[in-house]
Structures are given as structure tokens and as C-alpha cells.
Design a protein around this ligand. Sequence first.
Ligand SMILES: Nc1ncnc2c1ncn2[C@@H]1O[C@H](COP(=O)(O)OP(=O)(O)OP(=O)(O)O)[C@@H](O)[C@H]1O
Ligand SMILES: [Mg+2]
Length: 292
Amino acid sequence: MHPMEQSSPRASTYLAEGAAHGEAASKTSADHAGNALSPGGPSPKMRARNLTVRYGPIVAVTDVSLDVPARQVLALIGPSGCGKSTFLRSLNRMNDTVPGAVVSGDVELDGQSICGTEIDPVLVRKRVGMVFQRASPFPTSIFENVAYTVRVAAHRGQRDVADRVEHALRQAELWNEVKDRLKESGTSLSGGQQQRLCIARALAVEPEVLLMDEPTSALDPIATAKIEELVSELRKGLTIVIVTHSMQQAARISHRTGFFNMGSLIEVGDTTTMFTRPREHQTEDYISGRFG
Ligand SMILES: Nc1ncnc2c1ncn2[C@@H]1O[C@H](COP(=O)(O)OP(=O)(O)OP(=O)(O)O)[C@@H](O)[C@H]1O
Ligand SMILES: [Mg+2]
């Protein structure tokens, strides 16, 4: 019997609740051979290679190599302060905007480095969008929140902008709730609606990858369920990386899960395996609630 089965009934309950993807269930331990995707599996949309991020003397991320599979959901879990947000920000050059952050190593998008000084980070962020923990609508109308991004991303005619706004709000499963109040302030929406507005804003520029940093941690269970349904819908056409403190959430929505601890990527594998037969003791201890 695997040690997890003896010592940790909680681990498998994540999967019972989450009904993790059937497709993920049949992978073997070969998947654990490294942090790269196994041959014949999904191709990587992004790759981090020997990524290290420092804030002055603090090393927040240490030598992380990780593949992000195309058109799947990759969940990142781990205790507070282990470097999840810092790692996520390095996938779209957001650490450039954090004073004192120094990044070494490389990140590739479709096989091309996004890290060189010659690469425009604004163009990277168009392709790799981001949604944060706290929804932060602009202090403008619901319509303008999304339209602004559309106009910045592409010079479009007015009619085209309106169509694009509607499309993004539909993609974010918000259109039916706001279509009759588009001129009202974005901040007049509920927390869950504001978060979906921010997702619509991110989708409006038609990114290829969406990074989500604890997008539901400030939301009630019903609003959380809506965002999770939305992620499950979006993953059909988009590559998603989501940081979450909820292992149930990781089990429900992700294909693969990576576990971070103290700046290092301890292991990554298909979600079912991670929650039932993790390779590392640290992972087992974390998912069974022994630390973190
Ligand atoms: N702007 C910053 N300046 C200095 N240190 C920072 C900064 N941002 C993060 N850190 C430090 O880097 C480490 C990793 O932080 P990070 O926010 O990436 O962790 P996290 O895993 O996202 O944590 P949480 O789950 O609490 O959000 C921590 O030690 C943190 O204190
Ligand atoms: Mg964080």
C-alpha cells in the first residue's frame, strides 16, 4: 500500500470532490521523471529554464525549470511565501515592474525567449495576460473597463470595439448579468462579477496564455464556482496557469499541478498522481495538511 493511503485519507478526498480529469488519471510515474512534459504528451506553450528571482538578499525563486502545457490548466500550490506569485510574474515579465526584483534564467513562449532586453514586455503581456487576487476594475463604466484594453491593444473602429467588448464579456460569462447596465461603474458590481470583469479585460486582447494568481481567494463559494466553471470553459482554447491555496480547486480544474516550497519547485505531475501518489515526502506532507 502506498504510504499516502495509510497516512492521509485527506489527499484522495481532493480528488473525490474534484473529480480530476479522467485523461489525467492514466499517466505513469514516467511523468515524474523531470519537470518537462513527457514525450508524446501535450506540447509546452511556455518553458521556464533555471529561473531564479531575487529581491536583494532574498532568493524568492531558486533555479526552477518547468514546462507549461499548451491548452491545459497548470495549478501551482505551496505554502505562503514559497515563491508562487514571483514565479507566475516571471512568465509575463511582470517582475520588471517590481522594484528590486532581479531575474536570471530564461522563459520561452512558443520556443522563443521572452526575457531579453530587446523584447518588449508590453507585447509579451498581450500574449500572456494576468488576473490578480483582488479584482481591480478601473473607476470607469463596465463597458469602458473592457473597451479601454481593446483600444490599447489594437486600433479598432467603434463598432468593432463594441463587438469585441461583448465577446470578451460573454467569454467571461458576465454578459447576461451586465448587458443592461454597461454604463454603470465597474466598481458597482459584486466581488465575483468584478473578478469576471477583470478576466474579460484580460481576454479582450486575445491572449494565448492566462496567468491567474489566487483569483478566487476573496470570493464566496458561489462566486468561486462560477470562476472555476469559467476556467474549465476557457481551457479549451487557452493555456492557463493558476496559483491557488485550495487543493480542492487545483484538483477540480487543473490537468497538472506543481508544488513549490521555499522557492524551489519540489515536483510537478498530472494532478491525479500529485494528489494520490506524490513522489516527494514534502508534497505528501503538504497535501495531507502536515505543514503549510
Ligand atoms: N516586492 C518584494 N520585495 C521583497 N521581497 C518580496 C517581494 N515580493 C515577494 N517577496 C518575498 O519573496 C518570497 C516569495 O514571495 P511570493 O509572493 O512570490 O510568495 P507566494 O508563494 O506567492 O506567497 P502567498 O501564498 O502568500 O501569496 C517571500 O519571501 C516574500 O517575502
Ligand atoms: Mg502569492
